[in-house]
Write a new protein. Structure first.
Length: 402
């Protein structure tokens, strides 16, 4: 079996890679076309990329967050790149080989369209992992969210999206949570599947070798990964960390999960400017609090912590999926804007406390600590919204069987 993964974002690439690695274990030959960026996730996993369809855009892949970013991408050749990518998927899809072929679209309607278009000219079948949408954006199990406008057409999946995934050539559709699967199947009879969320896979827990006492608090700091936005987020989160430490009853250890591509010297400079002193390599102290820069051990940071301070996308979802609450601070973007943060809070429910400025953290922490049931509810909510590990293998098995 030969599979072409088409994905349109950094988080989407990660999901596709997790499924692709499981497909390779089953004997499938996998290639990839990352529509955004240069496909570093595929490259690290040694998955072959259709390199002629790859080009970094000025926005870094966040054109949906900011119209100015879209203008920059258009000037940078976005239309020409998209035309080339359409041709590459068509050529791969229509090529006749002895092996069964399938295009696997991961993300939203853009890769879904690319997977569907070749079927007009005899292309192969396609499947879809819908990472971008969830019915939780406008409802929960009790009904419609009061502060949210009704969805157009009765679902976050627009009628044309539902039409695409109902086509005969669309063999499998996997959604990110059980509520979405139940809603689409009961209301629209679409036959989508929920096999878990691949975002929760490969979050390995490892020993970071930290000297932390049993009563100490552990807080993960998740600043995101997009430069230069991440450095502004970092400064904001450090302000929040100082306030948070004053409102917790025991010493606090902050685990800063830092993307490998970030400049550690820039992060250290901002740390020192905000009063932190480096006492050993990548270990800092401020009053009675400690902070560790962790560039290798992202999963461990999420597993070890009691809660998170976050201005990130996928990382925040993974934190919540592990049963941890997140305090998120609305940023200026282009990725982590207030609008993005509001949507994320709707998606993740009671596990996320969204604030506008670091000074509000004290009140949020006191509210958490005064509610004896809150942390247990967060565990249950995280499982409901994000699922358990194992989805990548389940999806790969499902694809391989069809």
């Amino acid at each position: 079996m030969e599979i072409l993964c088409v994905s349109n974002g950094h988080g989407e690439d990660q999901v596709a890679v997790r499924v692709a690695l499981e497909l390779e274990k089953l004997g499938a030959k996998v290639k990839a076309l990352p529509m955004v960026g240069v496909g570093s996730a595929y490259e690290k996993a040694n998955i072959e990329i259709l390199a002629e369809g790859v080009q970094a855009m000025p926005s870094g892949g966040f054109v949906r967050m900011d119209s100015k970013q879209l203008v920059g991408d258009l000037r940078g050749g976005l239309l020409q790149l998209t035309r080339k990518q359409i041709g590459l998927v068509r050529d791969w899809s229509v090529k006749k080989t002895s092996q069964k072929r399938l295009v696997l679209a991961v993300g939203d309607i853009v890769p879904l369209l690319l997977a569907w278009l070749p079927t007009w000219v005899g292309g192969c079948d396609f499947s879809f992992i819908a990472t971008a949408k969830s019915e939780y954006y406008w409802r929960d199990r009790l009904g419609k969210l009061l502060e949210v406008k009704p969805t157009w057409g009765g679902s976050v999946f627009y009628p044309w999206e539902r039409w695409l995934i109902s086509q005969k050539s669309c063999k499998n559709v996997y959604v990110r949570d059980r509520l979405t699967a139940e809603w689409l199947n009961q209301k629209f009879r679409l036959g989508v599947q929920y096999l878990g969320n691949p975002m929760m896979d490969r979050l390995d827990q490892q020993d970071l070798g930290l000297d932390i006492k049993a009563d100490d608090w552990i807080v993960s700091i998740l600043p995101g990964s997009r430069v230069p936005e991440v450095y502004q987020n970092w400064d904001t989160l450090l302000q929040g960390a100082e306030i948070l430490a004053r409102h917790l009853p025991h010493p606090v250890h902050f685990l800063a999960a830092i993307a490998p591509d970030l400049d550690p010297e820039k992060l250290k400079q901002i740390l020192q400017q905000t009063g932190w002193t480096e006492i050993s390599e990548n270990r800092f102290r401020h009053n009675s609090s400690y902070l560790y820069l962790v560039s290798q051990g992202f999963g461990a940071c999420l597993h070890l912590c009691h809660l998170g301070l976050a201005m990130a996308g996928t990382a925040t979802e993974q934190l919540v999926g592990l049963g941890k609450p997140a305090i998120t601070i609305a940023g200026t973007g282009p990725q982590f804007t207030r609008g993005f943060a509001l949507d994320q809070a709707k998606l993740l429910g009671l596990s996320v406390k969204l604030i506008d400025k670091p000074s509000q953290i004290g009140g949020v922490i006191e509210q958490m600590l005064q509610d004896p049931d809150y942390f247990q509810l967060v565990v249950e909510n995280g499982y409901e919204r994000m699922g358990l590990p194992g989805a990548s293998k389940a999806i790969a098995n499902s694809l391989f069987m069809h």
